[in-house]
Design a protein around this ligand. Structure first.
Ligand code: FMN
Length: 305
């Protein structure tokens, strides 16, 4: 498979929405180790089995291969930072989070939605991954917490999206807008007066967001995958309500505007404060390598987020 095919396949896999877990075990010195994984699958109730797929390229591979068991921690909506810690090269990941040991000694993270402590039931080689099948010895869940989500390379927070949508007034028009990125650049349009703005168009009555986005992207002449809800905002009277999604466009020449790197944008030329706010947040999150504070109510209902 060519590199391009692999990227396309990874993107297609990424359209399957998942939760996010941190999988932990002990190394040969009984020190805690762990990594972020969204490949969690429940497998069997009798016997109680679950599955995690570990990349063979992981620095943790040998430790998990040798482990007597492992624990799976299902992260809650507020634990995006935890997911980032356990997915990046941090010297001591456990120094950055609150954790304790299960009765079997394996590391469990605090405040998770649920955890499962497993003995190693089976390991299955599968291409460039190793499937770890665990037999559940103990588990618990916290019904008060909602899970963190992951789709198309981005975290999302289901209850924030719900609150954002609920904050829109149904008696006022809504526009859809998009932060479309390509590599390290973002798509902007130039107005007749020279100001720059994000593309947008009015949502038709009864129209769903996906249809509106297809219309918006079609009008720009771009092929793009629609990512996650990035921001919801309105002016103080709620007259101009905007829903902005993040989209990724790898191909196509736009009919009108163009893609700008951050240092090519004259922020003084941005059409309005909302565009300014959205772009600043976008580039800030991009430089930190994490996205996903999707609900920005910097104008609408302050204090609710
Ligand atoms: C949301 C998310 C899900 C991930 N899922 C998996 C996974 O299922 N299996 C895997 O091997 N790596 C997965 N990774 C990548 C690992 O977390 C990351 O590559 C690893 O922690 C890097 O450090 P390591 O080489 O020390 O393991 C995921 C990363 C993120 C951000």
């Amino acid at each position: 498979m060519t590199d391009l095919d692999k990227r396309a396949l990874r993107n297609a896999f990424g359209s399957f929405m998942t939760g996010v877990t941190v999988v932990t075990t002990l190394d040969a010195d009984k020190a805690p180790i762990g990594f972020t994984a969204n490949s969690f699958t429940s497998v069997s109730l009798d016997p109680p089995l679950l599955l995690i797929s570990l990349a063979k390229s992981s620095s943790n591979l040998a430790n998990f291969q040798a482990a007597e068991g492992f624990a799976v921690n299902i992260l809650n909506e507020q634990q995006r930072d935890v997911a980032n810690v356990f997915a990046s090269r941090v010297e001591d990941r456990f120094a950055k989070v609150a954790w304790y040991r299960s009765p079997e000694g394996r590391p469990l993270l605090k405040d998770v939605c649920a955890w499962f402590d497993c003995s190693m039931h089976q390991q299955v080689e599968a291409g460039d991954h190793l499937l770890l099948i665990g037999r559940i010895k103990a588990f618990d869940q916290d019904l008060e917490r909602d899970g963190l989500g992951y789709v198309r390379g981005a975290f999302y927070h289901p209850s924030l999206i719900e609150r954002a949508s609920a904050s829109l007034r149904s008696d006022k028009p809504v526009s859809v807008s998009a932060v479309i990125d390509r590599g390290d650049k973002v798509y902007l349009e130039e107005e007749a007066d020279g100001s720059l703005r994000l593309p947008r168009l009015p949502l038709n009555p009864g129209e769903g967001h996906p249809q509106a986005y297809r219309r918006l992207l079609g009008s720009l002449g771009l092929t793009a995958s629609i990512g996650f809800l990035f921001s919801v905002y309105a002016d103080s009277e709620g007259q101009r309500q905007t829903v902005a999604y993040r989209c990724v466009s790898e191909d196509g020449t736009p009919l009108d505007g163009r893609f700008y790197a951050q240092d090519e944008i004259d922020f003084e030329r941005l059409a309005d404060a909302d565009t300014h706010f959205v772009l600043q947040r976008y580039f800030g999150e991009k430089s930190r390598g994490n996205y996903g504070v999707y609900f920005s109510n910097h104008v609408l209902n302050p204090g609710q987020a």
